[in-house]
Every structure is written in C-alpha cells, then in structure tokens.
Design a binder for this molecule. Structure first.
Ligand code: PLP
Length: 410
C-alpha cells in the first residue's frame, strides 16, 4: 500500500490499525469472515473504474468486453455451484437483494410473511423499521417457546389467514437447519412465492453441509461475504420463469451500475467454494460450532434450541448475572469479538438483550479447531465472570493475542 501511505497517511493508518485489530482478536461475529488474498486483489483492482449498467451483451456504455467476461464467469460459476437455473450477481449486498426479490414478486401493500426479528429473522423480512415493514403488509412467524425450532404449525396458520404474496425463510440468528421443503409446501398451499434468504448459510450449502433451497424456493437471495467467504456483496438466484423479473428488479428498477470489482471477487469466491477443501471447511465450521456449544453447556450456560446445526450459537448469559451487552463488552476487552443478541421471547430490550451470538466461520478460516474452541469458551466464561476486572480482562487479552499469532489471517 505504498501509494496510499504517501498520498493519504490518515486512511493508511486506519487500515493498518484495523488489519492489526483483525489479526490480534478472535472474530466470533457470525456474519463475518476473512476473504482470500486473491479476492482482496480483485476487489481492489481497476475493475472499480468501470461503469457497466445493463447485463452482458446488453450494456448502456461501450468498452464492456472484459466486464461481460467477468460477469458471465461469475454467473456461470454461481449456477454450477448452487445448481441454479438463473443467477444475478449484481445486488450490492443482502438487503438490496431482498428488496429486489420483493419488487420482482409482489406489489407495494401486499401481504408478506417472514420470521420475526426477535426470533432470528432479518430486518428485511418485514420488520417495522425497515422498508419491508413499511412498504408491505408484513406478518411474522416465530419459534416454538420450548424447542426454539421454527413453529411450522404457526407458519401454516398465519399463511392461511393472511394469504401472503411472498413468504421469506432463512435468518440471521437461527442456529438450526431450515426445512426449505416444508416452507415450499406451505407456500404452494396458499399460493405464495417462496424466497429463501441464505445469507448466513450460503457457504454451508455450497459446501454440502446444509440442504439446498434451490428446488423448493422460487427465489434464493444471499450475501456473498459470510460463510461463503467472498467479498461484501449480494446474490439472487431463481427459476428461469422469474429470471426476467429478477433482472429487471435489480436493473433498472433498484440499482444503477454494478460494482464489477466486487463481481470479480464473487467469481473467485465461487471458484474457491467449488474446491474440495471448501467442503472440508464447511464441515469444520459446524464441528467447531458444536464443540463450542458443548463447552458452553458443560459450563452451565443455556443455548437457544439447546445447541446448533450450523455456524452459529446463541448463548443466554443472564443466568450468570450478566447481560448480552455486558458480556460482549467484556469479551471485546479480552480480545474476543461477538455481538449481543436477543433470544426468543427475550424479556430484555434489544439494546441490552439476554444473549450473545457466536459464529465460527472466521475462526475456522484461520485454521482453529475444537481444541481452540474450548479454549475460547473458557476465556469467554472468564471474561463474563470478571466483566468488572480490567486486570483480568487484560490478562485474557494477552493470551488471546498469543493464540492469534499461531493462526494467521489469510
Ligand atoms: N439477510 C440475512 C439473513 C442477513 O443476516 C443479512 C445481514 O446480516 C442480510 C440479509 C443483509 O445483508 P447486508 O448487510 O449485506 O445488506
């Protein structure tokens, strides 16, 4: 970064500091990961300089011969990786992709049905402060109060009552496998379109560790930067019959020129995800999450749904006299970075909820294994129990730093 260092030392210093922070802390934020150096190079390349409104072969500016190649490559690899009939790699990120899915499948004011935010759904699944809750007649399903599993009886009941045009499934904080076929049956029964938002689990699906929604869903939306380990971006996949509507929703309805540097990075991520090592990576993510879940349970913590089938777990920290905010702040001081998170039926406010959300995609990328997961849980427990003890947190921080040195960031 010599050019940056001399032309803008302020930004250079910030980037170096963040690089250092990322290398010397344990990243447990379930939506984060580390891309390969190859992806970093592509996203920082000259492709950022090119405007490419339209689609391959149908652009509004000249000079697209190489842009068409890279977008076609990304689309073809996406189709192969997920077995999709149609792929659009232009969404700027996960939220725009979801907005585009609604735009393609229903009208403003139509009833929609998604998992409620407090139960693990995403803001874009109809939450009131989001466009999806303002522009549509949004209804929500949740989870069973005892098992914390999606309550399909409730999904069916609400779907029959409100006759949604679109049903969204998938979430940001749901630790169990999602039965896309069951959602597909309900959608068919009530004449709704099914959108599967696989933002969190796309890498697990690509790596063969979670059932795919490609058959059951009309549209599949995703981010590209979580378990899939690509650059920050969005993705829409659909059956051929929805291809035109999806493409038109992305451009010209809701976006302008695609970010071709990101699309190149997405093409690389798809290629990386087709390698046999990625299957192992996806399996390791889950093995690590289970190891953490077991370690928390051994220490007496309660987990939402009792455990995990994927890359994330939700830990209730209130029995320890802590709260999500106090726990996550203490952990961050100890160099272990996660986020406070509501748990189902949480009596506390979303600003200081009862739980923390923990994900293993990033630590698995660094090569950490179940032994390290158990160590991280031990440090986490120590930090939670000594949230008011800066000296103890600093001591954990030093140990975290030492372990991070053994597992370099790609
Ligand atoms: N969908 C789900 C399930 C998510 O978890 C997220 C982000 O966390 C999104 C959509 C939105 O993605 P983005 O933050 O890239 O807009």
């Amino acid at each position: 970064m010599d050019a940056l260092k001399s032309s803008d030392p302020d930004v250079y210093a910030i980037i170096r500091d963040e690089e250092d922070r990322q290398a010397r802390t344990i990243r447990l934020i379930a939506s984060e990961n580390y891309t390969s150096r190859a992806i970093m190079e592509a996203t920082g390349s000259v492709l950022t300089n090119k405007y490419s409104e339209g689609y391959p072969g149908r652009r509004y500016y000249e000079g697209q011969e190489h842009m068409d190649r890279v977008e076609n490559l990304a689309r073809d690899r996406g189709k192969e990786l997920f077995g999709a009939e149609h792929v659009n790699v232009q969404p700027y990120s996960g939220s725009p992709a979801n907005l585009e899915a609604y735009y393609a499948l229903c009208e403003v004011g139509d009833p929609i049905l998604g998992m409620g935010l407090p139960f693990g759904g995403h803001l874009t699944h109809g939450w009131k402060v989001n466009f999806s809750g303002r522009f549509y007649d949004a209804h929500h399903y949740g989870v069973d109060p005892d098992t914390h599993l999606i309550d399909f009886a409730e999904v069916r009941k609400i779907a029959r009552e409100v006759k949604p045009k679109v049903i969204f499934c998938g979430g940001s904080a749901y630790p169990r496998e999602i039965d896309f076929d069951k959602f597909g049956e309900i959608a068919e029964e009530v004449g709704a379109h099914l959108v599967a938002d696989i933002a969190h689990i796309a890498g697990l699906i690509a790596g063969g560790q979670h059932p795919s929604p490609i058959e059951a869903a009309d549209v599949v939306s995703s981010t590209t930067h979580k378990t899939l380990r690509g650059p920050r971006g969005g993705l829409l996949m659909c059956k051929k019959k929805f291809a035109k509507d999806i493409d038109r929703a992305v451009f010209p309805a809701l976006q302008g020129g695609p970010h071709m540097n990101t699309i190149a990075g997405v093409a690389i991520a798809f290629k990386e995800a087709m390698r046999p090592e990625f299957k192992t990576y996806a399996a390791d993510i889950i093995e690590n999450a289970r190891a953490m879940a077991d370690a928390f349970v051994e220490k007496g913590y309660t987990l939402v749904s009792g455990g995990t089938d994927n890359h994330l777990l939700l830990v209730d920290v209130t029995a320890r006299g802590s709260t999500g905010k106090i726990a996550s702040t203490a952990m961050a001081q100890a160099g272990i970075v996660c986020n406070a998170n509501s748990i189902p039926f949480d009596p506390r406010s979303p600003f200081d909820p009862s739980g923390i959300r923990i994900g293993t995609a990033a630590v698995t990328t660094r090569g950490m294994k179940p032994a390290q997961m158990r160590q991280i849980v031990a440090w986490t427990d120590d930090a939670i129990n000594h949230a008011d003890d800066p000296a103890r947190l600093a001591a954990i921080r030093a140990e975290v730093d030492a372990m991070c040195g053994e597992f370099p960031v790609p």
